[in-house]
Design a protein around this ligand. Structure first.
Ligand SMILES: Cc1cc2nc3c(=O)[nH]c(=O)nc-3n(C[C@H](O)[C@H](O)[C@H](O)COP(=O)(O)OP(=O)(O)OC[C@H]3O[C@@H](n4cnc5c(N)ncnc54)[C@H](O)[C@@H]3O)c2cc1C
Ligand code: SF4
Length: 567
């Protein structure tokens, strides 16, 4: 007799969904979360004003250097003294990379994981993304197509709440939307001029997981409309952006079927050689270091791509000497992220008498056109641009004191539009995470050894994206365009876009993939993986919405199997 029907490992973006769907269908669910609990009244800092804090809420330099060198380098815009507890200390959670292959592993260990910290940009994959691998031969074929996931996108969007606009684009299908945030005057101008000059390209509202017209269901969970303050990386007391904390976990707990255990570091999964099933989840208490095993009929791994691969690799048995569910040797391989580097900005004249209300989360988005509406590209796949238009140069980020300083900050600056490309990274089996052979963390677990580089396609793509960004701003009427360096671009470090994916990919063939079309391990029927690890390719869209849809879809399938007694 097992203690629970299901165990979900990790309470972040994907784990929250797994827990909600399983609990709402009547199963007794245990969520194991390695980090501590989050108490909004104590942990959120969205009502903290910097002038009330020592050092204007900056983290002291020595502390950054000693404890957060990697996290801070990647997300300094979000890290303040009052929010640093949302990020892991690099000093406490080290990992290993070859000297010449740095990797940014950016994390938050607490209830809600990085769903509390994300940028909320939410886009569906399009039909082309599910066919890319089979068409150009990189990676393994997705075992599902867009139409398989479409109803599940709709399902999660209705619950999560996505602000955006219907555009009818095939490559970036519309979501179920709440009203978008209005474009600024220069964004409207940029859109009009750009679409006239480049009929194959579009400028659309950024799609963001913010409530602009909350539903009854959303309000019943204590969520309210977005106040347009852009304080979101401090947590949101209004529950206005989607997170596990504001949405899925409250829904799961409301059922009375869900238990969350914090400070529970999953060490490994135990395997029953006779029943050929996972039989238990071995956990180390983060504080007392006490070891305990929990049991359930099936397990969902949602610890995020790298951590999930590490748990599998750590779970060795006679049948799986190289790690659980790893007969294909694909666990830990094909680690992907998105790539950035291409960026440009330019000023727009003639709008000095105009302004905008509030600080919108998200601005505009230029959906992928490369190898979709334009076929003349010297690279495979494509990229989208995130961007926005606002008045710059009066946000207080200047040195000074006294009357002159105050006056300078009262005068609105010029209008500027900025563009920033996010490109697809091809799956490559040599980009991988393994367990370090000698180094261990303070709980005695092997460190992750991450070996990952950007490839030639990514370099060419970003070089071209840089040129395109400049040409689009020029054609749209921008002046003083900052087009970036003329020399070879420095690509974003792998991991730095914080979209890690691919380390336990889905596929049709158990010999070349870890999971089947339901995110269920080919080798172990009562094991499901629905975080980014399951992705056979990454598209160029921000991926979390896809993890949500895959998690909900897999959870419903698992419940069917459970009720039939098959798992
Ligand atoms: C600053 C920032 C901006 C981002 N912007 C966007 C965006 O705009 N759009 C987008 O789509 N995505 C964005 N992302 C990425 C997004 O946050 C991730 O894709 C998403 O959170 C991944 O979900 P997950 O469930 O795999 O992992 P997480 O949300 O990270 O959750 C994993 C959970 O597992 C726990 N865990 C890990 N190991 C163990 C273990 N051994 N035992 C028990 N528990 C464990 C962790 O503590 C964590 O709570 C952003 C991320 C960051 C940090
Ligand atoms: S901008 Fe909206 S979602 Fe962000 S913290 Fe403010 S109310 Fe919350």
């Amino acid at each position: 007799m097992t203690e629970y029907d299901a165990i979900v490992v990790g309470s972040g973006m994907s784990g929250g969904w797994s827990a909600k769907e399983l609990a709402e269908q009547g199963l007794k669910v245990l969520v194991l979360e390695r980090g501590g609990p989050i108490e909004p009244s104590k942990d959120y800092a969205d009502f903290v004003t910097p002038w009330e804090r020592p050092n204007l809420d900056q983290i002291p330099e020595d502390e950054v250097k000693n404890d957060y060198p990697i996290q801070y380098r990647a997300v300094r815009y979000a890290m303040r003294d009052s929010t640093k507890h949302f990020w892991v200390k690099d000093s406490e959670h080290p990992y290993v990379t070859p000297k010449d292959k740095p990797y940014d592993w950016i994390r938050g260990y607490h209830t809600g994981g990085r769903s509390l910290l994300w940028g909320r940009q939410s886009y569906r994959l399009g039909p082309q993304d599910f066919e890319a691998n089979i068409k150009d031969g990189h990676g393994t074929d997705w075992p599902i197509r867009y139409d398989d996931l479409k109803p599940w996108y709709e399902y999660v969007e209705k619950f999560a709440g996505i602000a955006g606009s219907n555009e009818g684009l095939e490559q970036l299908p519309d979501s179920i939307f709440q009203p978008p945030f209005e474009m600024t005057c220069v964004e409207k101008e940029f859109k009009k001029n750009l679409e006239e000059s480049f009929p194959t390209r579009k400028v659309i509202h950024a799609r963001v997981a913010h409530l602009t017209k909350p539903t009854e269901e959303q309000m019943s969970l204590g969520r309210g409309p977005c106040q347009v303050r852009n304080h979101c990386n401090r947590g949101c007391s209004f529950g206005a952006y989607f997170s596990s904390n504001s949405a899925t976990l409250p829904a799961a707990l409301k059922t009375g079927n869900c238990t969350i255990v914090n400070n529970a570091i999953v060490h490994s999964l135990e395997y029953d050689e006779v029943k050929k099933r996972v039989s238990g989840v071995k956990v180390i208490d983060a504080q007392s270091k006490e070891v305990k095993t929990y049991t359930a009929r099936f397990v969902f791994l949602n610890a995020s791509s790298i951590a999930t691969a590490m748990i599998l690799l750590q779970s060795k048995s006679a049948s799986f000497p190289n790690g659980l569910a790893n007969s294909s040797d694909q666990v830990g391989r094909n680690l992907m992220d998105h790539v950035s580097a291409a960026a440009a900005s330019g000023e727009f004249e003639g709008f000095d008498d105009q302004y905008y209300y509030g600080r919108r989360p998200g601005g505009v988005y230029i959906p992928r056109y490369a190898n979709i509406t334009e076929q003349d590209k010297p690279y495979l796949r494509g990229f989208g641009y995130q961007g926005g238009g606002k008045r710059i140069g009066w946000t207080g980020n200047r040195p000074g004191i006294g009357e002159d300083f105050k006056q300078a900050n009262r005068k609105p600056g010029n209008w500027q539009v900025g563009l920033y490309a996010f490109g697809e990274v091809l799956p490559n089996p040599e980009n991988r995470v393994t367990l370090d052979k000698t180094k261990k963390d303070k709980w005695g677990l092997p460190l992750a050894n991450i070996n990952c580089v950007m490839g030639e396609n990514e370099k060419i793509m970003m070089r071209e994206a840089q040129k395109d960004a400049y040409e689009m701003l020029k054609a749209a009427g921008a002046v003083n365009i900052n087009r970036g360096p003329d020399t070879e671009l420095t690509l974003s470090l792998p991991g730095n876009r914080i979209h890690e994916m691919g380390t336990a990919r889905m596929g049709r063939d158990p010999k070349t993939s870890v999971l089947n079309e339901w995110c269920q391990a080919h080798d172990v029927p009562n094991l499901f993986i629905t975080d980014g690890a399951c992705m056979p390719s990454g598209g160029c869209q921000n991926p979390s919405l896809t993890y949500m849809a895959l998690s909900a879809r897999a959870a419903h399938h698992a419940v069917k199997l459970f009720k039939k007694g098959e798992i």
